[in-house]
Design a protein. Structure first.
Length: 380
């Protein structure tokens, strides 16, 4: 029995030695012939271009912090207008998310938005179209560079194209209503206390568009569209967002005086902004418009335009409304009523100048022309 066990142990040991030999690496043989070389890879950019230096130039905290600080005190970040952005009618310009939706899809949420946020970094900036800044230039990842039609106007077909990031601004800084037209009786029916070009007609004035003067005998020629040097040689970005001495890169959007020196050497910035004769004419015009007498109206869903004129008890004498525009505190507002078209055109030009907020600087010649002609028409 012992011999059998011993024989069994020897068989196990032999089998183990056999397995080790079978799985061990073989003795190397002579080297074979060389294989065929692979295809060359695509050359990468050199070490300088491929570094993070070009990214850091804009994205480092040292660069971004002054921009954020400047933005945080600007009207793009503060002010009461952002509260309007929950409405689908206002969201495309008064809500950061609404603006993004409009630029990306051409529409906003038809149901409006629960929250309205001020326009911030990602509203205007998205992704770079090219990282080859040396060849293609730096697009600053602006969300859109496309040309912009004046999309709210029924009586004019016009597209604005500055050829740069200023096109982003033009999406919102454009008028939302047409200049006044006469109704069938030759009058103008004013049905809204928010009538006028709305709060963003800057691009239209820069172009030299949308003044109203069909009923005027012109005492001063109307300049041609795009005639003024501010339109020919500049744009929104050129004047409002050039590099500033405080490092904010123009994100206050308040024009810096050094931006004007190229075309206006030696003239102090404050002097360039003041056009006393234009302001005086505009204020005089406002005083006259406050005395204009029109006819009161009342809503009537069955009437053309939704309103009917009001008469005294005799059914003949119109119920008057005084002032086609009136001043409420520091703000000018139009009044609802039925007015002569000449009065409405003068009021339109008055509100156009008022809502532009540049005191005519965007297009001095055009601003002076429409205000001077309006004043002359009202003084006839």
């Amino acid at each position: 029995m012992k011999n059998l066990k011993l024989f069994g142990y020897l068989m196990v040991i032999a089998s183990a030695l056999l397995c080790v030999q079978c799985t061990s690496d073989p003795v190397p043989g002579p080297a074979g012939a060389d294989g065929i070389d692979g295809i060359n890879g695509i050359d990468g950019v050199d070490g300088v271009d491929g570094s993070a230096a070009s990214c850091i130039a804009c994205h480092a905290n040292e660069k971004r912090d002054p921009i954020i600080e400047a933005w945080s005190g600007a009207k793009h970040a503060i002010g009461g207008s952002w509260a309007r952005g929950t409405s689908s009618r206002c969201a495309e310009c008064h809500n950061n998310e609404g603006f993004i939706d409009f630029i990306e899809t051409g529409a906003v949420n038809e149901n409006g938005y629960t929250v309205s946020n001020p326009l911030n970094c990602n509203g205007c900036h998205d992704s770079h179209r090219s990282f080859d800044f040396e060849t293609d230039g730096n697009d600053y990842a602006v969300r859109t560079l496309e040309a912009v039609p004046l999309r709210f106007l029924d009586n004019i077909d016009y597209t604005i194209d500055y050829g740069n990031a200023s096109n982003t601004c033009a999406n919102c800084h454009q008028p939302r209503r047409d200049a006044p037209l006469a109704n069938l009786e030759g009058k103008f029916l004013q049905t809204s206390t928010h009538w006028g070009p709305h709060h963003g007609p800057q691009t239209a004035l820069l172009e030299g568009l949308l003044g109203a003067y069909s009923t005027f005998t012109l005492v001063e020629d109307i300049p041609a569209t795009q005639e003024h040097p501010h339109r020919q040689g500049a744009s929104c970005i050129d004047c409002h967002m050039r590099e500033t001495t405080d490092g904010s890169s123009g994100h206050t959007w308040t024009p810096a005086g050094n931006n004007c020196a190229t075309c206006h050497p030696g003239v102090p910035f404050e002097e360039l902004k003041v056009m006393d004769d234009l302001i005086a004419d505009w204020e005089t015009l406002g005083g006259i418009l406050e005395t204009v007498v029109g006819q009161a109206v009342i809503e009537d869903s069955t009437a053309v335009g939704g309103y009917i004129p009001l008469f005294e008890a005799d059914g003949i004498t119109p119920v008057p409304v005084v002032g086609i525009v009136i001043k409420e505190g520091d703000e000018w507002e139009p009044q609802v009523g039925l007015f002569d078209l000449k009065d409405a055109e003068a009021a339109w030009n008055f509100l156009y100048f008022y809502e532009d907020k540049s005191d005519g600087v965007h297009n001095p010649k055009y601003a002076k022309s429409i205000i001077k002609n309006s004043l002359a028409a009202m003084q006839e």
